[in-house]
Write a protein that binds this ligand. Structure first.
Ligand SMILES: Nc1ncnc2c1ncn2[C@@H]1O[C@H](COP(=O)(O)OP(=O)(O)OP(=O)(O)O)[C@@H](O)[C@H]1O
Ligand SMILES: O=P(O)(O)OC[C@H]1O[C@H](OP(=O)(O)OP(=O)(O)O)[C@H](O)[C@@H]1O
Length: 327
């Protein structure tokens, strides 16, 4: 006899009742970084094979695994309290379903990863040079809402700020540009004669280059984001999750730099390592010297160490931060 999923069983510890619902990408580019954030935030769960809901063991939370593109719909309608997806997906959702007082999503935290741009692209070797050259032509995209909005503005159609409709005539029906949806491999559309131009995501630019395309405008810049519904079931738990995730992100971005410096070099050194709020300065046995401990952005640590050495710092140590809670 097939087992029913845990949240349908009589045991109340397995029920969804009273649990905060938290949507996470079930696959794709944002999934691994999201799972790493959950692990760093000590949100413990075990996902049964093929089940898209997992109960969190140590908090009244249930994770719901959904496609990144669907998360703004579930959160926006308040069916799910929290979610992680791309800002591009939030903007695409809002192009179709404008937020109201009670519906739509609110950004809690910019998560920093999943950086990409939604760009208008045309064949590198061709006559099309400007976005205006695509008006009246075929454009292929997975982001139909944002692309319609973009071309509506370009074509001078009004009413787009309130979604893609204007009175009873949808802006879509009045667009000269023909916008076609494809679910993936958008970059192939020009070479296959389906499109004159595309609107697609670009990160490194490798896909665009390999397909012989060039970007001529940016529709939206995106990173992953933590979003919440307008009336989450447990705001305190939302705040706790946001604070934990923020701590993990800070820990990933910064490292701790410790060194000794003569008091004469202190002013210069603290300018090099000002810390997040201020560096911690500790007196040493030798009254002429102090020890400094300061958070430094990982990406700039090499040049910071060069500068510290040049101003007389010694015993420079760089330590990784496992987790953090900063103001
Ligand atoms: N090349 C990329 N670099 C960085 N982030 C990306 C990239 N492509 C997509 N993303 C981000 O990841 C989100 C999800 O895209 P992804 O293609 O992984 O989704 P998916 O759920 O697997 O969908 P699909 O099945 O349509 O490919 C995008 O909305 C965007 O925010
Ligand atoms: O600038 P790049 O680093 O090359 O990344 C951009 C590519 O990544 C995404 O596609 P993905 O690989 O997710 O596959 P898809 O085409 O099936 O959506 C996007 O749609 C681009 O094709």
């Amino acid at each position: 006899m097939p087992m029913s999923p845990p949240w349908n069983q009589a045991d109340s510890s397995c029920s969804l009742e009273g649990r905060l619902l938290f949507a996470v990408p079930k696959k794709g580019r944002l999934q691994q970084a999201t799972l790493d954030l959950l692990a760093g935030s000590d949100i413990q769960f075990r996902r049964e094979t093929r089940l898209d809901i997992a109960l969190v063991k140590n908090h009244p939370i249930a994770l719901v695994f959904l496609p990144a593109a669907d998360i703004p719909t579930f959160v926006g309608e308040g069916r799910v309290d929290l979610g992680i997806t791309g800002r591009d997906q939030v903007a695409e959702h809002e192009a179709f379903v404008p937020a109201t007082k009670d519906t739509g999503v609110e950004e809690v935290l910019n998560l920093g990863f999943g950086k990409c741009r939604l760009q208008v692209q045309v064949p590198e070797k061709g006559k099309l040079e400007r976005p205006e050259d695509l008006v009246g032509k075929n454009v292929v995209t997975s982001f139909v809402g944002l692309t319609e909005k973009y071309f509506a503005r370009l074509e001078g159609l009004d009413g787009i700020e309130n979604g893609v409709t204007n009175g009873d005539a949808p802006v879509r029906n009045r667009l000269k540009t023909k916008i076609k949806f494809v679910g993936g491999s958008v970059e192939a559309a020009c070479a296959l004669g389906v499109a004159d131009g595309i609107v697609d995501l670009v990160e490194s630019g490798e896909t665009m280059q390999a397909a012989g395309l060039k970007a001529i405008d940016t529709v939206v810049e995106s990173t992953a984001t933590l979003i919440k519904s307008k009336h989450p079931s447990n705001q305190k738990l939302v705040d706790m999750i946001a604070s934990r995730i923020s701590g993990v992100i800070t820990a990933q971005k910064f490292i701790l730099c410790q060194y000794n410096i003569a008091r004469s070099g202190l002013e210069t050194a603290t300018k090099i390592t000002p810390g997040k709020r201020a560096p911690t300065i500790t007196a040493l046995e030798d009254p002429e010297w102090v020890a400094i401990s300061s958070m430094v952005l990982k990406e700039s640590i090499a040049s910071v160490m060069d500068e510290l050495t040049a101003c007389g710092a010694t015993d420079i140590l760089v330590l990784s931060i496992a987790n953090s809670r900063t103001g």
